[in-house]
Design a protein around this ligand. Structure first.
Ligand SMILES: Cc1ncc(COP(=O)(O)O)c(C=O)c1O
Length: 490
């Protein structure tokens, strides 16, 4: 692809042509480019935004050429992110991951997956009928978060399951730990398996040599990137990437279209196209500036009494060969503050909203959308919180997390357990039964149970303790964890 092609943005251009053509719309959405929109919608989103909400098929393109601007934009995205094929999704990396699982596995196929995978991957297993071979990540005992899965654990799983259809890995992790993707690609390929990377948090990596190696450059066969997380795309706008013979790209396209709406918000695709061009043209400079800001923020927050920030040196562990420094994981344990309390104080007293909080930490995300002023606000707010806590005489706290129970074993596939007959039982009565649902307490975001897994007394003890601590849980129907759905003994 030539340099001048790389700076084209076909989807942006198609939308502009539609607008400049003063087209009269007899297609969806029903509010007709905003003309029929209620006042509160116009006030919230603006006439300009609503007038760009144009159906793709029949609106942006006529029904004969349907999708041509989209296909060109996807080809440019593939080129920009180092892939051969790219597919836009308006439903996030979540549906991208599911499409990849469904492309690579069918009923009862084995697939090697990290136990700290995002819950969307578990949903993919339920949809496809595959059987997971779990590989366990290390847990950082100080920060109480999942690190990555050491390479040796992947090697052992691959050796024990030579017929597995694919190897999945999450990198960067939520806290910025980056896996040894090149090492994993070598391992997987030697066993004839494709490597798929959940790179939801790494859409930016490719655009600065100062950032960790990205999935496709490391030799991965496929990856998902949430362009809306680190780059300038609208929420939910993501791309699925594929390269080489190990992925059937046509089947992948079928799966993406099966899982995604037929009526995506065209502005989402426009935003991927614009974000990609922005990165191709200015990514290195923008991320260079963001990295300087992140380094400054890290230095200043680390100097605040009672606060600590997860640093590169601590992050390099078995399974993690690099670190994305734009993720600021901050602990207020030295002030006796939990992550939730820190989040609440930042929001209520300083109008600062952070990316995530858990019982131990908060995560603040720095991008090229930040400035000296935004970093300053965060630092000053944290300084104020620190000095107020010190004035109150708050002391250090350590929260001892219960030890994660070991994976017990799979009685049936996640799909069979999830869709088969099930019943809700009080938690204590679940010992010895098979779970029909997933239970993922945060942190560390590792499933304690997936559908199809045998339930041990250790698991039940862990969940009772997690519930007593008010853990934030994903997955089960009864979020209080008073009951759990188990497979019926039919
Ligand atoms: C590691 C990881 N993978 C996948 C996803 C899902 O991404 P999306 O929100 O684009 O669906 C997330 C969301 O936070 C994530 O953290």
């Amino acid at each position: 692809m030539t340099e001048s092609m790389r700076t084209e943005a076909p989807f942006v251009e198609a939308m502009r042509a539609y607008r400049h053509g003063h087209t009269t719309a007899f297609h969806t959405p029903g509010y007709k480019l905003g003309a029929g929109a209620p006042a509160d919608l116009i006030e919230a989103l603006g006439e300009r935004f609503l007038s760009s909400d144009v159906a793709i098929a029949g609106g942006l393109d006529d029904t004969q050429t349907s999708g041509s601007a989209l296909r060109r934009a996807e080809a440019l995205a593939a080129d920009a992110w180092g892939a051969e094929r790219a597919f836009f999704t308006a439903n996030g990396s979540s549906s991208g991951l599911q499409a990849l699982v469904m492309t690579l596995t069918g009923l009862s196929d084995e697939i090697i997956v990290p136990r700290n995978a995002h819950k969307a991957l578990l949903a993919g297993l339920i949809l496809s009928g595959a059987r997971p071979v779990w590989v366990e990540p290390l847990i950082d005992e100080v920060w109480q978060i999942a690190v990555n899965v050491p390479l040796e654990r992947y090697a052992t799983a691959i050796e024990a399951h030579p017929r597995a259809r694919a190897v999945f890995v999450t990198s960067p992790s939520y806290n910025g730990y980056c896996a040894d993707l090149a090492g994993l690609a070598t391992l997987a390929h030697a066993a004839g398996m494709p490597l798929v990377v959940d790179q939801a948090w790494g859409a930016h990596l490719r655009f600065s040599p100062e950032l960790p190696l990205d999935a496709m450059a490391a030799g991965a066969d496929a990856a998902v990137i949430s362009v809306h997380k680190q780059l300038a795309a609208l929420s939910g706008a993501s791309v699925v990437l594929a390269a080489g013979e190990r992925i059937d790209a046509e089947r992948l396209r079928t799966m993406v279209t099966m899982l995604c709406t037929t009526s995506p918000l065209s502005s989402m695709y426009l935003s991927i196209d614009a974000a990609r061009r922005q990165m191709v043209e200015d990514g290195e400079a923008l991320w260079g500036a963001a990295l300087r800001l992140a380094a400054l923020a890290r230095e200043r927050v680390s100097a605040i009494p009672g606060l600590s920030v997860l640093d590169r040196d601590e992050a390099l562990r078995p399974g993690s060969v690099d670190f994305d420094p734009v993720r600021l994981t901050i602990s207020g344990a030295g002030l006796g503050l939990s992550g939730y309390e820190l989040e609440r104080l930042l929001r209520s007293d300083h109008a600062i909203a952070i990316e995530a909080a858990d019982p131990h930490n908060i995560v603040a995300n720095i991008t090229f959308g930040d400035s000296d002023a935004t970093v300053d606000r965060l630092v000053i707010a944290l300084e104020t919180i620190s000095s107020r806590a010190a004035a109150k005489g708050a002391g250090a706290t350590t929260v001892e997390s219960p030890k994660l129970p070991l994976f017990t074993g799979l009685a049936c596939s996640p799909r069979e357990a999830f869709f088969g007959p099930s019943e809700a039982l009080p938690l204590r009565a679940c010992v010895g039964r098979v779970s029909a649902e997933m239970v993922v307490p945060y942190p560390p975001g590792i499933p304690v149970l997936g559908p199809g897994e045998e339930i041990s007394s250790e698991t039940v003890d862990y969940l009772i303790e997690a519930a007593a601590r008010g853990a934030y849980v994903h997955g089960p129907r009864d979020l209080s964890l008073a009951t759990l759905l188990v497979v019926s003994n039919v």
